[in-house]
Write a protein that binds this ligand. Structure first.
Ligand SMILES: Nc1ncnc2c1ncn2[C@@H]1O[C@H](COP(=O)(O)OP(=O)(O)O)[C@@H](O)[C@H]1O
Ligand SMILES: [Mg+2]
Length: 381
């Protein structure tokens, strides 16, 4: 029996919880050729949601394209990867090859078979003649026009997902945003979802005077409601023949800070714990054993992170953990944790948030990674 909980990758259908409303909306918007912005911190489930939406679009006969913008080391590498992904949506790649040569006029693409190991038929696209920033800009205009050309050539709808889209800003300053916006706004047959993990960067991209201002609907992905997630976790245990002790689902969701990734990680490791022992009942003790094992595995990572922080940041991080993130600027909390002045606490909080270590959650601060939170509570002083 396979572990029903999945983390660290896009979740397959069997491990996908809730999100029915978001999924319907995303599919409907993509089918209508909208340009959607999907925003949340990391590990909330954007990529998983996008993958399922694209699968839904494919079932409706659309061609789909998916690219993770942050995985490229340069602008030209991104353009090559994007062109490759678009060509990959065409199942007959002799046709794709001819089509790409016709469509890209500025840069003469080189297209070759990726060879063994790669997805059969998915060619590698490169633009060796592109040298200068101007060449790249010219090429970008043509590459960004490709999805519409594909839709026209195949008389099919096209859905494009650009994941970790905030990374686009690193390539070529504002000009990429302009070029992308200019290209996509008239592509009526093509739906786009721009998913981004750094909410502050993504929100800034949508401000007035920026190219993507009012380009399309914005979806802010929230955490999965705790009640739904608890029911989901317990149902998966039961379905795989393991009876969860009363309160186990709630404990997992609570300990995981209700973050989809963290909840799945704890559930996965707890399930393993029970399975390894050959038992049919999962208890809170199993959860704690799994947590101890995870903490041991992550020990070096946590130490490295801790060492990168300044002393005031470490003290504030401990206070976030011990005070449950509340009232950190109060004289009381500052005295109890020897934090110094309110403005310095504020500065440390800002730094921790910027580094993605902490986040604001309503009226309090939380440590984003629940394992780090537990490690700070147990191993730092
Ligand atoms: N709908 C979901 N149901 C259950 N778990 C989910 C769901 N979405 C995400 N997860 C969990 O969170 C992890 C991170 O999801 P991912 O889609 O990669 O997030 P993001 O792209 O926002 O960083 C997944 O590996 C999975 O464990
Ligand atoms: Mg992602």
């Amino acid at each position: 029996m396979d572990n029903p909980f999945v983390y660290g990758e896009v979740v397959p259908a069997r491990a996908f919880a809730d999100r029915a409303v978001e999924l319907d909306r995303l599919i409907a918007d993509l089918a209508a050729g909208q340009k959607i912005f999907l925003i949340s911190p990391r590990r909330y489930g954007k990529s998983s949601l996008v993958r399922h939406a694209l699968a839904g679009m494919a079932r409706r006969g659309a061609l789909t394209v998916e690219v993770t913008v942050s995985s490229f080391s340069s602008y030209v590498a991104f353009l090559e990867g994007y062109a490759r992904a678009i060509v990959g949506a065409e199942s007959r790649w002799d046709r794709a090859r001819a089509w790409l040569r016709e469509t890209i006029r500025s840069a003469r693409p080189e297209i070759r078979d990726a060879g063994a190991g790669a997805r059969p038929g998915l060619p590698v696209v490169s633009f060796p003649a592109v040298r200068t920033a101007r060449d790249a800009s010219r090429l970008a205009q043509e590459v960004f026009a490709l999805p519409a050309a594909l839709a026209a050539a195949r008389r099919r709808r096209v859905a494009v997902a650009l994941d970790e889209f905030q990374a686009i800003a690193g390539f070529n300053g504002g000009s990429v945003e302009h070029a992308m916006r200019a290209a996509v706004q008239h592509q009526r047959e093509v739906g786009y979802v721009f998913a981004g993990s750094e909410p502050s960067l993504m929100e800034r991209m949508l401000e007035p005077r920026r190219p993507f201002y009012k380009a399309g609907p914005v979806m802010r992905l929230e955490k999965i409601p705790a009640g739904d997630f608890v029911a989901f976790v317990e149902a998966r245990f039961s379905k795989t023949g393991i009876r969860p002790e009363a309160g186990l689902g709630a404990a997992i969701v609570e300990l995981g800070g209700n973050l989809p990734y963290d909840v799945q990680r704890l559930a996965h490791e707890t399930w393993d714990e029970v399975r390894r022992a050959g038992r049919r009942r999962a208890t809170l003790d199993d959860l704690h054993a799994a947590l101890r094992r995870l903490l041991a595995e992550q020990q070096t990572l946590h130490e490295a992170l801790w060492q990168r922080l300044t002393l005031p940041q470490r003290a504030v991080l401990r206070a976030v953990v011990l005070e449950d993130g509340r009232e950190l600027l109060s004289a009381d909390a500052r005295t109890r944790h020897r934090l110094g002045g309110a403005s310095s606490v504020q500065a440390s909080l800002v730094a921790l948030v910027r580094q993605g270590v902490a986040a604001r959650d309503g009226d309090r601060y939380v440590v984003v990674d629940s394992l780090l939170r537990e490690w700070v509570a147990r191993r730092t002083y």
